[in-house]
Design a protein around this ligand. Structure first.
Ligand code: 6PG
Length: 226
């Protein structure tokens, strides 16, 4: 695991964006297309803006969501909306997003659909955020099927999640999926999250993110600012 601390959130966001662009370019040099996994929430907004302003062969980039709240894409809480508005603009407007929400399916049915066909793996990068309860994507500590979500060998890409932390049902990429990335870029801000990260490094349970830090498949690169 690599961990870098920055003085400002803008600096951390720019550095994370530069690293993601580098990872995308490596994949685009080797193959016809590349996939990028991105989280929602407030943290990635400046990183998205930096990426949107980066000249890359974006039409060959497929963007997947690490998770989604089960709301229509025009809802304020929609991650699809956030990504379309903040990442898929400027240079990155040419990228192709795979929506998770579907008006015609239940979260369970949609997760089954997303298995066929699986996207081309590995992903070039996964931009992931973290909550102060140690969740990442929508893998919350109280999710009934958390063990499945954290099982790196499950073969499942997405699972439906319900949690008391969210008013909406959710769909989350599993750790089995996220860990099939050339690198996991973990971007987080604030002393409280840094404290959780420190605890998660040594704890064996309680914080879902401990399992992300402990898995051996994908290197984790932490970008933090106060
Ligand atoms: C989502 C997420 C989630 C997020 C963390 C951090 O809720 O959409 O993907 O895992 O990254 O909750 O959220 P903030 O960036 O808002 O602190």
């Amino acid at each position: 695991m690599n961990e870098q601390h920055f003085d400002t959130r803008q600096e951390a966001s720019s550095a994370a964006a530069a690293r993601i662009a580098e990872l995308l370019e490596i994949r685009l040099d080797q193959q016809t297309d590349a996939s990028l996994v991105v989280s929602g929430g407030s943290t990635p907004v400046d990183c998205f803006a930096e990426l949107a302003g980066t000249a890359l062969d974006w039409e060959r980039v497929q963007v997947l969501l690490s998770d989604e709240r089960w709301v229509a894409p025009d809802h304020d809480d929609s991650n699809e909306r956030l990504v379309r508005e903040r990442l898929l603009t400027g240079h990155a407007a040419a990228a192709v997003l795979t929506p998770l929400y579907s008006a015609d399916a239940s979260p369970e049915e949609r997760c089954d659909e997303l298995q066929h066909p699986l996207p081309s793996l590995p992903f070039a990068a996964a931009l992931i955020g973290m909550g102060v309860d140690g969740h990442f994507a929508s893998l919350f500590p109280d999710a009934e099927n958390l063990a499945l979500g954290l099982d790196t060998e499950s073969g499942r890409l997405y699972i439906p999640v319900t949690t008391s932390a969210s008013p909406h049902p959710r769909v989350s990429m599993t750790l089995a999926g996220i860990s099939r990335s050339d690198e996991i870029v973990l971007l987080m801000f604030g002393q409280d999250k840094l404290d959780v990260l420190e605890k998660a490094k040594t704890s064996t349970n309680g914080f879902p993110v401990s399992r992300l830090l402990r898995q051996k498949r994908a290197p984790v690169n932490v970008f933090w600012a106060p």
